[in-house]
Design a protein around this ligand. Structure first.
Ligand code: GDP
Ligand code: MG
Length: 437
């Protein structure tokens, strides 16, 4: 993938204490090849490397102390610029704010409609309404209801009405009458761009005049994503792009090309199937990610958002009083799980995705641990010392695990409790510092 290719390109630089004009050119050639491999449009890739080269010469890269690092920075800055430079928010004007989703079938419109509704409800204090305008498949309406249910957002649909324009208009009336301040209109897509779909979405667009028209695109479709974006933009003049499925074997190329071809910002990215797998698109972080530096800032932010402070305080108290038990351990696991699936998280740690490439990560890595804890009695959970060999055998049987697994968990729990106690003790501050460094 792109990151690997760029790694290789930069490796050429790192191998030399001093770099020469020849290996700057050589490296940029590799960068260009990497971009092309990631389906970045040929002209964009060429312009990109030409620009970086000019800047490198302009800034006298070769005479600086660390030419390699400076070149990496130039490439990163230029990539950031190419993807839009600054963060672009959603326009939330209007009451209700009307948001229209567009894009091909399977791009992730319905999923993203739910993610956006959830984001606006939980992070922006909005009261969103989801609208089912995919009238071709009853399953599509049903899917939106499942999504709506999972995030406690109301869904508006008219299964008997086959006119998406009317449905969207009625939904806006319904929103006004019932105090919804955001209306998210999910539409039908086709497998490829065709006239019927374009006419339909343009008609909806004209009729409801959305404040925000978003184009949803599967980031794994590479160069096609750019063509599709262009076709939709020609008809809708959309306001922003949503790049989904960035959790897969990502081809960063779509993100790089789309902005330059349609000149519209990427606003959000989808990084998984869960409703929480949505991130604001930060061009600079994406550039770092593409360059294999890992999206550490996003990871830290997500961890902070999901971590319940009150829970943390409660746990601290328990540790201090020596009352930390398996129930608390379980709730810690649940906190970690809220952060998203393990694969997403690992992918965000610099270097980790490469190191873990060949390791199969179970989506639910905590399944066994949870089963074991669930098989313990409340007393055992609060006083783990009670768990003797006999009890261990019972717990293993009850949770469908092996006694070694129970032993392993007990050991992990023990280590964790000890470590947590240590961190709270007098030496704790130093230890935290050490870990931070
Ligand atoms: P629509 O036809 O445009 O409405 O697309 P859907 O929302 O139904 O999504 C199509 C498929 O892609 C579903 O199986 C979703 O679960 C999946 N999907 C959507 N967004 C993402 C994402 O960000 N990551 C992953 N891994 N899957 C996604
Ligand atoms: Mg759909």
């Amino acid at each position: 993938n792109l990151s690997d290719k760029l790694d290789k390109a930069f490796h050429i630089l790192k191998g030399h204490g001093k770099i020469t004009e020849v290996n700057v050119a050589e490296t940029l050639k590799e960068v260009r090849r990497a971009l092309l491999d990631a389906d970045v449009n040929f002209k964009i890739a060429k312009d990109f490397t030409t620009k970086v080269k000019e800047k490198a010469i302009g800034q006298n890269v070769l005479t600086t102390l660390q030419p390699g690092q400076l070149l990496v920075k130039l490439v990163k800055d230029e990539l950031t610029e190419l993807m839009g430079g600054d963060v672009a928010g959603v326009n939330l004007s209007g009451n209700p704010t009307v948001i229209l989703m567009s894009g091909l079938q399977g791009s992730g419109k319905t999923t993203f409609s739910g993610k956006l509704a959830n984001y606006l409800q939980t992070k922006k204090g909005k009261k969103p309404l989801l609208v089912a305008c995919d009238i071709y498949r009853p399953a599509a309406i049903q899917q939106l209801y499942v999504v709506g249910d999972s995030i406690a957002v109301e869904v508006y649909s008219e299964p008997e009405n086959k006119n998406p324009v009317e449905i969207a208009q009625n939904a806006i009336k319904h929103a006004k009458a019932n105090g919804f301040n955001v209306v998210i209109v999910d539409t039908a897509g086709r497998l490829a761009v065709d006239e019927a779909m374009m006419t339909e979405i343009s008609n909806v667009h004209k009729a409801i005049q959305p404040h925000e028209t978003l184009f949803v695109v599967d980031s794994m479709t590479g160069q096609d994503a750019v063509n599709t974006a262009k076709a939709f933009n020609d008809r809708l003049n959309f306001d922003g792009v949503i790049l989904t499925k960035l959790d897969g074997d990502t081809r960063g190329g779509a993100a790089i090309s789309i902005k330059s071809v349609v000149n519209k910002p990427i606003k959000f990215v989808g990084t998984g199937e869960k409703m929480e797998a949505i991130d604001v698109f930060y061009p600079d972080r994406m550039a770092e990610r593409i360059l294999g530096m890992g999206d550490v800032v996003s990871l830290v932010e997500r961890a902070q958002e999901q971590f319940d402070e009150e829970e943390a305080r409660k746990i601290q108290k328990k540790i201090a009083k020596n009352e930390f038990g398996f129930d608390d351990f379980l709730s810690q696991i649940q906190q970690v799980k809220k952060m998203g699936n393990m694969k997403d998280l690992v992918g965000m740690i610099p270097g980790a995705s490469k190191a873990m490439k060949d390791v199969e990560i179970e989506d639910d890595a905590f399944k066994h641990i949870e089963a074991i804890i669930h098989s313990m009695t409340p007393k055992e959970r609060s006083k783990p010392a009670l768990i003797d060999v006999k009890r261990k055998a019972r717990i293993a049987k009850g949770s469908g695990t092996k006694i070694e697994q129970v032993n392993q968990l007990m050991k992990q729990f023990d280590q964790m409790s000890k470590m947590m106690k240590m961190m709270q003790g007098p030496g704790g501050k130093n230890m935290m510092k050490m870990m931070g460094n």
